[in-house]
Design a protein around this ligand. Sequence first.
Ligand code: HEM
Length: 354
Amino acid sequence: MAGANASFTSLLLISSLLLASHVSGLEVEYSSLPLVKGLSWKYYDSSCPKLESIIRSHLKKVFKENIGLAAALLRLQFHDCFVQGCDASLLLHGSTSGPTEQDAPPNLTLRPEGFEIINDLRQLVHDNCGSVVSCADITAIAARDSVFLSGGPDYNVPLGRRDGLTFATRDATLANLPAPSSNTSVLLDSLATKNLDATDLVALSGGHTIGLGHCAAFIERLYPTQDPTLEKTYAKDLKQVCPTQDSNDTTVLDIRSPNKFDNKYYVDLMNRQGLFTSDQDLYTDSRTKDIVTRFAVDEDLFFEEFVKSMVKMGQLSVLTGKQGEIRANCSVRNSDNIKLASVVDDDDESASEL
Ligand code: HEM
């Protein structure tokens, strides 16, 4: 946590760049979004100019087959950044040093396809540019494209993250990813440790406008006693999906438009049709209720705040400069990568100038 705070205390304002992007008709002035030292809007402009088009065109194909995978990639970025920062440590497979972040309970429901897609992207980017782009940056761009290709805002992603050499423990993972049973007080406290405020909390929770949840994540709202904040017909429908306490089916997070990135999630909350306690309580708690209402009536405002919060979240405790490494395979540290040892030089020289 101290690391996350330190990163944000050291935010530097890059005022010379006048980059702007369309957010559903609105312009977000990138010059006004603070950047952590070491990241840049144009990091790979010379070392991998096609980076973003390679990722976007591959994901377009992937999502044409299965748009649900956009949700998997968006969630991956959240789970990477909240635990030990956006360092792609979540992508590391097991090793002799013990259970990985992937083995910690909140990460067990991440879809395996999400990890595979990041590795495929890593390969495509590597084929085009060599070993210069980090897995952490690929994950951040993939999350942005998941939002955009599902109907949400397009935005620029600060780049230049490096990949971590260690993964977080099970305890650290549990401590940093709030449970779906959390109320707003718990969520506000959790996000405050990362310098994220109530608007960030409500905006980022809007990620639940796409994707799925398993019964286990909301079953305590149905049995033994039904949560009185659940709208009655919705509760009945949920009981059909999860007929018993140990049901393991899934249901959509946003009943109005489950695969579209829009502001309907907030309309759900206003109708007491939020799936998790952590969602619905945002409309019960007086500190967040008005923000929910504003996002429900103004999609442009939601998109604008979502972009700002994603850019903030995407910079939590990042590794930059000569810290960490550029992994050749997103699931394996370079030092554990037997194939790599004999063929790849130190990657520091090939990294872009800031
Ligand atoms: C605020 C605290 C949050 C809590 C407590 C939370 C909790 C959860 C839970 C329990 C699931 C369902 C897992 C399952 O049962 O399969 C889920 C899914 C999801 N979450 Fe969150 N989440 C939070 C914040 C976020 C944020 C910040 C984002 C992204 C900006 C996000 C994006 C998603 C997406 C896209 C899914 C669907 C994944 C899929 O379909 O594979 N969540 N979340």
